[in-house]
Write a protein that binds this ligand. Structure first.
Ligand SMILES: [Zn+2]
Length: 231
């Protein structure tokens, strides 16, 4: 099968219009483009915990923090909060990105599984939110290789996004440690990763917001930072 025929087949399988095939990037993005405003991208992944996700959505809604949510579509929290998410998308406060269906490490699976994982999440976002997340996707565990970037690009996911710094909240760190990480990593121009997998204490969230405010930063979505036509 030629590359073009493959792209046509892949996109028609997704029931979405074919888009121009773009070359895969040689590596993921972890920083924002230079800007005259002080900003960073606050990204929130997975969604294992519905109540942890809700806390982030409330921050976007009530504290005017713009968030990019990397959705792992097999977790029910996304559907549980679909109304609020739709409202936040409309308000321009939330962007959705593809973070696969079941959160497998896509550097250790077959190419067929990579396609299935990215297409499955893509379809979920279209069906649940009428949302086309392309070109943004986040490789699970931040783990990537040339084959993953190539296959993702063939599906229109030409913007693999990792991160510059992490709140270190995948396991079960102390609340104090999460605030220390926020203090260390939230800074101008950076992409920062956090997770909606376990509840944070309200005080932890407040301290993170204080760090953002004290540094005269505001969080932006990736689309806001890179522009709509970024591929
Ligand atoms: Zn993840």
């Amino acid at each position: 099968m030629t590359r073009q025929a493959f792209v046509a087949a892949a996109t028609s399988a997704l029931l979405i219009p074919q888009i121009e095939a773009a070359e895969a990037r040689s590596k993921p993005i972890s920083m924002l483009p230079a800007s005259s405003t002080r900003r960073f991208a606050w990204t929130v992944d997975d969604g294992v915990s519905s109540s942890a996700l809700k806390a982030y959505l409330d921050i976007a809604e009530g504290k005017n923090q713009h968030l990019t949510l990397f959705v792992t579509s097999s977790y029910p929290s996304w559907r549980n909060h679909s109304k609020q998410i739709l409202r936040l998308i409309k308000a321009g406060k939330v962007q959705l990105g593809n973070h696969t269906v079941t959160h497998k490490d896509l550097t250790t699976t077959s190419s067929a599984v990579i396609r299935k994982e990215l297409e499955g999440c893509h379809k979920f976002l279209l069906e649940e939110f009428d949302y086309d997340a392309r070109p943004y996707f986040r490789p699970t565990y931040g783990s990537w290789n040339a084959n993953l970037l190539k296959i993702a690009a063939e599906l229109g996911y030409t913007a693999p996004v990792t991160w510059y710094g992490s709140l270190g909240d995948t396991g079960n760190p102390s609340q104090e440690r999460i605030v220390q990480n926020a203090n260390e990593w939230i800074a101008n121009g950076r992409i920062v990763i956090s997770h909606a997998n376990r509840n944070k204490a309200p005080e932890t969230m407040n301290q993170i917001l204080n760090i953002i405010q004290t540094r005269k930063l505001h969080s932006v979505t990736l689309r806001e930072a890179f522009g709509k036509n970024f591929k």
